[in-house]
Design a protein around this ligand. Structure first.
Ligand SMILES: C[S@@+](CC[C@H](N)C(=O)[O-])C[C@H]1O[C@@H](n2cnc3c(N)ncnc32)[C@H](O)[C@@H]1O
Length: 221
């Protein structure tokens, strides 16, 4: 499918899949959305602890990279599993210029390492951020009670409705430890109901600029 790099509302870039008119991040602001949904309403729930994260759709590595930045010098100790069936090549990811946009020139090498890390092997990118990239289809996720937090960042239900179903959310629920959270930019009623059906306690939260709401599910104790 044809792809191009576009500039979003906050000046940061993302990839657009032209045939689907679908982007890897919000057109209103890629970096802004990533911080709002996954950090503010996800990672920030955790207080100076070891956090095991599963990302549904590693994509450009932006969510992984901002999580690495948040872990900093020990605010968190993150183990991060990024599931992705169709990896973004470094040649494309580097054109997004996230290191510049985030104003972290000294982290250029960390962003590159996220992309160049081998698949399937846990790789320590920093002492506080260990990444395992898993080249797999989301439908094949069979993890049981392994994660504290899931970043659910699949393409939208308009283009991939099969990824926003009870079947997939049941896998997510099983993959979470009790009292774990799943955050997503989506806000559709059908998504909320699918999450509730598998057992999540679902909150509607204010969305990032350009989007009224987003969803967060908690797996009860
Ligand atoms: C919205 S993008 C993820 C953006 C990413 N979180 C980032 O920060 O760049 C969705 C991702 O899901 C991947 N994907 C789509 N269908 C998939 C499937 N069935 N299994 C695994 N990955 C899939 C796509 O290749 C894409 O990278």
């Amino acid at each position: 499918m044809k792809r191009e790099i576009i500039t979003t509302g906050d000046g940061s870039k993302t990839i657009q899949i032209t045939d689907w008119n679908e982007q890897y991040h919000s057109k209103h602001g890629a970096i802004q959305e990533a911080y709002h949904v996954f950090i503010r309403h996800g990672l920030d729930l955790f207080d100076n602890t070891a956090v095991d994260i599963l990302e549904i759709g590693l994509g450009t590595g932006l969510n992984a990279f901002i999580t690495l930045l948040e872990a900093g010098n020990g605010k968190y100790k993150v183990t991060y599993c990024g599931a992705e069936a169709y990896p973004v090549a470094w040649e494309e990811a580097s054109q997004l210029e996230y290191v510049t946009a985030l104003m972290v020139p000294n982290k250029e090498n960390d962003f590159k390492q996220l992309h160049e890390a081998p698949w399937e092997i846990p790789t320590e990118i920093t002492p506080f951020f260990t990444l395992t990239k898993k080249k797999m289809d989301f439908n094949d996720i069979e993890a049981q009670e392994m994660f504290n937090l899931i970043y659910f960042d699949a393409f939208g239900a308009r283009v991939q409705p099969e990824l926003w179903t009870v079947t997939i959310f049941r896998k997510m629920y099983c993959a979470l430890k009790s009292e774990g959270y799943l955050v997503t930019y989506a806000a559709k009623g059908s998504v909320r109901r699918a999450m509730q059906e598998v057992g999540f306690i679902v909150e509607r939260l204010p969305g990032p600029p350009g989007k009224r709401e987003m969803l967060r599910g908690k797996k009860p104790l």
